[in-house]
Design a protein around this ligand. Structure first.
Ligand code: F6R
Length: 357
C-alpha cells in the first residue's frame, strides 16, 4: 500500500534506507560477520571468471557489481545485456559462474540465457527480489535482495539493494580467498542508509533542480567517468522512462567523439563527479559542454566539491558511492515527470516485468 504517498515510486525511493538496514540484518550472523551459504561461497571461489547477465536497471547494477567484485575479490567479471548475450555469446572461460540479476526474476531475456548456460553445464546464481521466481528456481543458487515488493514500473530500491548484495558477496568471496579486507560492507551499508536518508530529506531542493533544469527541455545528458558513468546510465534511464525526456548517459571522455554536437544553448547536462581520481577530467568535460551553452547541474561530494556545484552528497565508502549518488537522480526524475504530468508509476509502453523476449 502506498499509504500517504502520492506514488509508489516516491514511497520506494524513501524506503531505501530501510532496505539497506534490512539487508544488513539478513546478511549478518550472530558474530556480526557476513552470513552466506557455503555452496555460494564455494561456487564463487571455483569460478575463474564471472558473467553477470541482466537487463535494464539490473544491468546497470551489474556494471557496478563488476567493479565491486573485481576490485574487492580480484576475480575477473564481465557484465552483459541479457538479450545481446542470448544471440551473441562471447567466448567463455573454463570455469565460469553466471550471476543473473533480476528484480522480478521473470525477465525472459535473462531466462533465455539461463536456460542456455544450464544446458551447457554451467552453474548459475540469481540475485533477485522475488525468491521462488523463475530465475530463482532454475538457477543453482539464489541471493535475496530483501527490498520488499517494488510496484512502480521504474526500479529504484531494487537497484540499490542489488548493489548492496553484490558488495556483500564480493567481500565474502575476498575473505574466503584469504584476501586482507578492511572494508566491512555491513558497517558501511549502515552509513549508506544514513546518507540516503539525508538525501531523501532534501526533496524540496531536488524538486527545484528538476523544475529549473527539466521543466521544458526535450533532452538531457548525464555524464560521468568510471563508476559515475554507470550511475549516469541509470540516471538517464530513470529520467527517460518516466518523464519521456530523451536522456542519455555518457562517459565524460567520449562526448567529444560525437555526442557533443547535440549540445545547444540551455541543454541540461547532469555531471556526476564523486571520484577524486577523475575529478579534473570530468570537470574538463563539463567545461567543454558549458562552453557550448549547456546548463550543467553538478553532483559532487565534499572531497570533489567545487564552488557552484548544485548537489553535494554525504560521504560514504568509495565502493558504495553509487548507492548514494543515484538517489538525487531518482528524485529529480520523479519530480521532472510530476511537473510534466506524466503517469509516474505506470509510464506509457512499459510493463513491470518483461516476460517476452
Ligand atoms: C527500469 C526497469 C527495467 C528493469 C528491467 C529488468 O526502471 O524497471 O529496466 O530493470 O526490465 O527487470 P528485472 O530486474 O525484473 O529483470
Amino acid at each position: 500500500e502506498k499509504g500517504t504517498y502520492p506514488h509508489y515510486m516516491l514511497k520506494e525511493i524513501d524506503e531505501q534506507p530501510y532496505v539497506m538496514r534490512n539487508i544488513i540484518s539478513k546478511y549478518q550472523d550472530e558474530n556480526d560477520q557476513i552470513k552466506l551459504d557455503d555452496d555460494i561461497r564455494q561456487a564463487m571461489q571455483e569460478a575463474d571468471r564471472i558473467y553477470i547477465i541482466a537487463a535494464g536497471t539490473s544491468y546497470h547494477a551489474g556494471l557496478v557489481g563488476k567493479q565491486l567484485i573485481e576490485k574487492i575479490a580480484e576475480v575477473p567479471v564481465e557484465t552483459h545485456i541479457a538479450s545481446e548475450f542470448l544471440y551473441n555469446m562471447p567466448l567463455l572461460s573454463e570455469n565460469p559462474l553466471f550471476i543473473f540479476i533480476s528484480q522480478s526474476g521473470e525477465t525472459a531475456d535473462s531466462r533465455g540465457v539461463l536456460v542456455n548456460v544450464k544446458q551447457i553445464g554451467h552453474r548459475a546464481l540469481t540475485i533477485t527480489n522475488v525468491p521462488g521466481s523463475t530465475l530463482s528456481r532454475e538457477a543453482d543458487y539464489t541471493l535475496h535482495t530483501y527490498a520488499g515488493p517494488e510496484i512502480a514500473v521504474a526500479s529504484t530500491k531494487a537497484y540499490t539493494a542489488q548493489m548492496a548484495v553484490l558488495a556483500i558477496l564480493a567481500v565474502d568471496t575476498a575473505r574466503a580467498s584469504g584476501l586482507e579486507m578492511e572494508f566491512n560492507p555491513l558497517q558501511e551499508l549502515a552509513i549508506v542508509a544514513n546518507a540516503m536518508e539525508a538525501l531523501t530529506d532534501k526533496k524540496e531542493e531536488l524538486e527545484k533542480v528538476a523544475r529549473e533544469y527539466l521543466s521544458v527541455s526535450r533532452s538531457c545528458f548525464f555524464i560521468g567517468r568510471a563508476e559515475d558513468y554507470f550511475v549516469c546510465l541509470e540516471g538517464a534511464l530513470k529520467l527517460k522512462e518516466i518523464s519521456y525526456i530523451q536522456a542519455e548517459g555518457f562517459a565524460g571522455g567520449e562526448l567529444k567523439h560525437g555526442t557533443i554536437a547535440l549540445i545547444e544553448e540551455g541543454t541540461p547536462v547532469v555531471g556526476l563527479a564523486t571520484q577524486p581520481h577523475v575529478n579534473l577530467n570530468i570537470r574538463g568535460n563539463l567545461q567543454e559542454v558549458e562552453a557550448r551553452g549547456a546548463s550543467t547541474c553538478i553532483i559532487s561530494t565534499d572531497e570533489t566539491y567545487q564552488e557552484g556545484d548544485q548537489i553535494v552528497l554525504p560521504r560514504v565508502h568509495d565502493y558504495l558511492t553509487p548507492l548514494v549518488s543515484v538517489i538525487p537522480m531518482q528524485l529529480i526524475s520523479y519530480y521532472a515527470a510530476l511537473h510534466r504530468d506524466c503517469d509516474v508509476d505506470k509510464p506509457r509502453n512499459l510493463a513491470k516485468s518483461v516476460t517476452v523476449e
